[in-house]
Design a protein around this ligand. Structure first.
Ligand code: GAL
Length: 380
């Protein structure tokens, strides 16, 4: 009810604002496709948080590429707080944004804002995370999220020696003891990562090759609210106390995101893992965050999934430019991403798995990080 009232209020504000400007938004564009010069166009970019390094990289890449194309940019981070993100988007709309690029914190919490955007003829591009339960999202730029999950599960199998990197059988036969982690249930991606990973792992769990000692395999049981490192650390600690106090060793952990991996590894180290007698388990990840890349270089984390934020930013900018010029952005997937109301036309990018030997060719030689960044575990 409150959401609806707020939406109506924002809508009313917009109508007033538009009338006052004689049909033009404060950005001068009055919505997309009005054919103004780039410097008269404002693009609102709403990112979820600065606590995760990947979103800073995304925000900066989108801002820099839009600025280089001549557009004005309003880049905001919301501290993983839903009301803050809603407010930031409200403000972008009232400031006359011509396009919105949004990486949502909660994929279902923005309907009111997007309704107001639609009323003001502002196209909305969902960035990396699908915005759900609204007709008012126009395009989606992301990676192949199901394949991310598949790649994470395969990386776990490769790390354990059950499979070679090319997918052929490895030297080990198992059984191995593993635990599973998933992302935040308010993020659509968490389900794609989980489904992709389980498509690979479920048969091995059923066959007894992989044993989940806690018995926790359902996504609700293994989820991590807001993908928070501390929450993952706490769950790993609880798992170790609850299911491993008899001295059984954890051989592998499926982790869907580097922040979660770092929490898991900290819990394991605090419990005595990381020595020659008790090595750390194989831990997967995602995002190639620099702190985790260093841990991969140091042999603490086994792998990550590299999603090149420069490429995602490029797609977001291409889609924005298309809308601003009155064109339709080019989708390469028009069937997968049903947001509950409609299938959102999407542009999906491929992902790459990174083990220790891949750091130099995939991350350093491509200019994503310098060798010094990797050695330091932070950029700059
Ligand atoms: C997901 C995203 C992942 C990871 C995670 C936590 O939506 O696809 O790459 O960044 O959020 O931030």
């Amino acid at each position: 009810m409150w959401k609806r009232m707020r939406a109506v209020a924002v809508g009313a504000l917009l109508v007033l604002g538009l009338a006052a400007c004689g049909g033009q938004g404060a950005g001068g564009g009055g919505g997309a496709g009005s054919g103004g010069a780039p410097q008269d166009m404002l693009v609102g970019v709403a990112m979820p948080t600065q606590t995760s390094e990947r979103w800073i990289a995304d925000g900066n890449a989108v801002r820099d590429q839009l600025s280089a194309a001549g557009y004005r940019v309003d880049l905001q981070f919301a501290n993983d707080d839903i009301p803050t993100q809603s407010q930031q988007i409200d403000q972008m709309i009232t400031q006359g944004a011509d396009v919105l690029i949004v990486a949502a914190i909660d994929g279902t919490a923005l309907s009111g804002q997007l309704q107001a955007a639609k009323a003001a003829n502002i196209p909305v591009i969902a960035y990396d995370r699908l915005i759900r339960e609204t007709p008012d999202v126009d395009f989606y730029v992301t990676f192949d999220n199901f394949q991310v999950g598949v790649a994470q599960a395969r990386a776990l199998l490769t790390g354990l020696g059950l499979q070679k990197a090319d997918g052929t059988p490895g030297a080990e036969k198992g059984p191995f003891v593993v635990e599973l982690f998933a992302g935040s249930l308010d993020d659509n991606n968490a389900f794609y990562f989980y489904d992709g990973a389980m498509s690979v792992l479920r048969p091995l769990i059923d066959a007894g090759t992989l044993r989940v000692r806690s018995g926790q395999t359902g996504i609700e049981q293994i989820a991590t609210l807001r993908w928070a490192q501390e929450t993952a650390q706490k769950r790993m600690e609880d798992l170790l106390t609850g299911s491993y106090s008899d001295g059984t060793r954890v051989d592998g952990v499926l982790s869907p995101y580097d922040g979660i991996s770092r929490g898991v590894i900290t819990a394991l180290q605090n419990a005595g893992y990381g020595s020659a007698a008790r090595p750390l388990p194989v831990v997967t990840g995602q995002d190639a965050e620099i702190a985790s890349v260093k841990m991969i270089a140091d042999g603490q984390q086994s792998s990550t999934i590299f999603k090149d934020t420069r490429e995602l930013a490029k797609q977001a900018v291409a889609a924005s430019t298309a809308f601003l010029q009155g064109r339709t952005p080019e989708a390469n997937d028009t069937t997968t991403y049903d947001n509950g109301v409609k299938v959102v036309p999407s542009h999906l990018l491929p992902v790459q798995t990174v083990f220790r030997a891949d750091i130099t060719p995939k991350l350093v030689d491509t200019g994503y990080y310098t060798a010094e960044d990797v050695a330091r575990g932070r950029q700059g």
